[in-house]
Design a binder for this molecule. Structure first.
Ligand code: PLP
Length: 631
């Protein structure tokens, strides 16, 4: 538990059972689901890893938590407005996710936010109830605006947030043309600097929002068009995953000043929308490092409420209703990725420990000497000598003076020496700077059946960290230092930076493979990862399992739905190959081969059947455990 930081990043949702498996408590109320049981049931249903498991109750829990914490802050701070949050569907557009959120948000009038035309199409249909907001951000063409006005005709509280002055011209024109009165918001380009990986969402060079002069210009344009009464909202967004609460406080203060100025100019206003940014503590460190946050959701709510109240009170302006567009904080915790480790790459073993060249080259004998006479030299000196000999062996090989067996022996001895030094390091208190990296250099690579580019894009693109832990065998001590590699043909397809656990962040402590399935969980993956993944090497969408708590069930849960991942025919279709055409072409080649007696007709039929069946199969490896040798 402590080892993988479950208590630190898990917000009370994760624990280890007596049989060494990870349990999840979706509602943090004591009712537990064993993730291993979910995996077993999914496999009985024919689904193999990799897959995403969604804990739908955990999703509801986050919606309720966010709304309740804002309500609590409002009561405690004697705030006279209310909280009217919206879920930004860009963060996870999956229908089952949006449906769950809309349903869980009913009692709070929790609304939706759209950032593009396709998202607005979804939001218009999924949004229900007169009191829920529907906020329209992003660049807008006339059709986008028409769609929003359609929503107004249906009585929805749909607010068009102006990001560019040109959008305002279209809104004014279309309002006149259709006779539908829009509700309008302005997005302010704040000068408060964001912090974290998405810091450039604000500031002078941000691509979104109106600067001060543009806000004044837009306000004037609305007055001229006789639409002053339509301006209801001021919005800002300082970037996602803001690690430092001070950044949030500063931005809220600056935006509240904008809000008060507009209210004093006579616009009705009424809503201040503080955008996204509420973070997730991915590494559980509670710090202002990028993958963490130095505040809680409760503190966020209190600070937003109190700062708006203070500025408005000082400016003698009535406090607005508060909207936040918190996406990551609502959806990240509800889902996890399950991957299976199926192979281990171990430098020393594969480099041939058993290589004993008949004619040992001097460089090999030197390395053997270093390996045997451990006590003669200090660790650092031995390391330097070993590196020198290894480089010498490399040059000799390139010049043709070293055969393959001697090269293999030299490399293998080098890694043995490194291993000796690393184990001496772990026994002694002081480790010289140069030897710090040795453990990571020596770490094994565990090959996992998944694609980083499909399932954890932010890790590759932005070095975002996700907590990772084995889902079982936690009653055994993990003895292998490992990094993870995926099955894409891309050297970037790996995970070699981890949340900081017991002073290791370049590798993870895992269990030796024993020929049985070994599953790892990558947690907190519910925000952004599902939609941003790409098809590198044509590895497609993974399977999904949607899990609900159920007291009447023996194991406390039921799988409501499974979504099968992409088949090979789906992904090749996406790059314009009709599967029927591929089969036709292959059949022509098989026919030619049978005609030329290269293949027997019976074999030809079998080969074609195999090709056709494989098109229907999944894109990931079909691992057969009986063949895996225990290591
Ligand atoms: N609102 C806007 C305008 C955004 O661009 C984003 C995403 O960056 C969000 C809300 C969601 O932000 P978060 O996931 O940090 O809550």
């Amino acid at each position: 538990e402590e080892f993988y930081g479950l208590k630190r990043w898990g917000s009370g949702h994760y624990s280890v059972s007596t049989d060494g498996c990870i349990n999840v408590q979706p509602l943090a109320d004591g009712r537990e689901i064993s993730i291993k049981d979910v995996i077993n049931e999914a496999e009985e249903m024919g689904l193999k890893a990799p897959y995403v498991i969604r804990f739908q109750d955990l999703l509801r829990h986050r919606v309720v938590q966010l709304n309740q914490l804002f309500r609590k802050a409002i009561t405690e701070e004697d705030y006279e407005g209310s909280y009217r949050g919206v879920f930004p569907i860009k963060v996870n557009q999956l229908r089952e996710v949006v449906e769950e959120i809309v349903d869980a948000g009913t009692e709070f009038d929790y609304g939706l936010e759209a950032g593009s035309k396709p998202e607005l199409m979804i939001a218009l249909a999924m949004h229900e109830g007169e009191n829920r907001l529907l906020i329209c951000n992003g660049y807008k063409d006339p059709d986008y605006i028409r769609l929003a006005l359609l929503g107004r005709r249906l009585g929805k509280q749909i607010i068009l947030v102006v990001e560019q002055l040109s959008e305002l011209d279209h809104i004014i024109e279309l309002a006149k043309e259709t006779g539908v009165e829009p509700l309008i918001g302005f997005r302010a380009k704040l000068l408060t600097r964001g912090e974290g990986k998405w810091a450039t969402s604000t500031g002078d060079n941000a691509k979104f929002g109106l600067n001060t002069a543009e806000i004044l210009f837009a306000a004037e344009a609305l007055k001229k068009a006789g639409l002053s009464h339509c301006l209801r909202l001021l919005h800002f967004h300082i970037g996602s995953q803001v690690p430092n609460i001070l950044t949030i406080k500063n931005a809220v203060v600056e935006a509240s000043r904008f809000y008060c100025q507009l209210a004093k100019m006579g616009f009705p206003m009424g809503i201040l929308d503080v955008g996204g940014g509420l973070g997730i503590d991915y590494d559980g460190s509670r710090t202002n490092f990028e993958s963490s946050m130095n505040y809680t959701m409760a503190e966020y709510a209190r600070d937003v409420v109190a700062n708006i109240r203070d500025i408005c009170t000082e400016a003698k302006v009535a406090v607005p209703d508060i909207v936040s567009e918190s996406g990551r904080a609502v959806v990240a915790p509800h889902s996890m990725l399950v991957v299976e480790v199926f192979e281990r790459i171990n430098k020393r073993e594969t480099l041939g420990v058993k290589q004993r060249p008949k004619d040992k080259h001097k460089v090999v004998r030197d390395l053997q000497g270093l390996a045997k006479n451990k006590s003669k030299l200090g660790r650092l000196e031995r390391y330097h000598d070993a590196v020198q000999r290894k480089e010498e062996a490399f040059s000799l090989f390139n010049l043709g003076y070293l055969d393959l067996e001697n090269r293999a022996a030299a490399e293998s001895l080098f890694w043995q020496i490194c291993e000796q030094i690393a184990s001496e390091n772990s026994q002694s208190g002081y480790v010289p700077e140069e030897l710090h990296e040795l453990e990571t250099m020596l770490a094994d690579q565990y090959v996992c059946n998944f694609s980083v580019f499909q399932s954890l894009l932010d890790h590759w693109a932005l070095k975002q960290l996700f907590p990772i832990a084995p889902l079982h065998r936690l009653d055994e001590e993990p003895t292998v230092n490992a990094t993870l590699v995926d099955i894409t043909c891309d050297s970037d397809g790996k995970i070699s930076s981890f949340i900081d656990l017991e002073d290791t962040k370049d590798h993870l402590k895992l269990h030796p493979l024993d020929g049985k399935p070994y599953h790892l969980g990558v947690f907190l993956t519910g925000a952004y990862q599902d939609i941003m993944g790409d098809l590198h090497n044509l590895f497609g969408r993974v399977n999904e399992v949607h899990v609900f708590l159920e007291d009447d069930e023996e194991n406390g849960f039921y799988i409501e739905e499974t979504l099968p991942g992409s088949r090979i025919r789906d992904v090749v279709g996406g790059v314009q190959y009709q599967h029927t055409d591929l089969c036709r072409r292959l059949k022509a080649q098989i026919d030619a081969a049978t005609k030329n007696d290269v293949l027997k007709p019976r074999e030809g039929v079998r080969l074609l059947e195999f090709y056709e069946a494989t098109l229907e199969s999944k894109t990931y490896l079909n691992i057969e455990h009986t063949r895996t040798k225990p290591k």
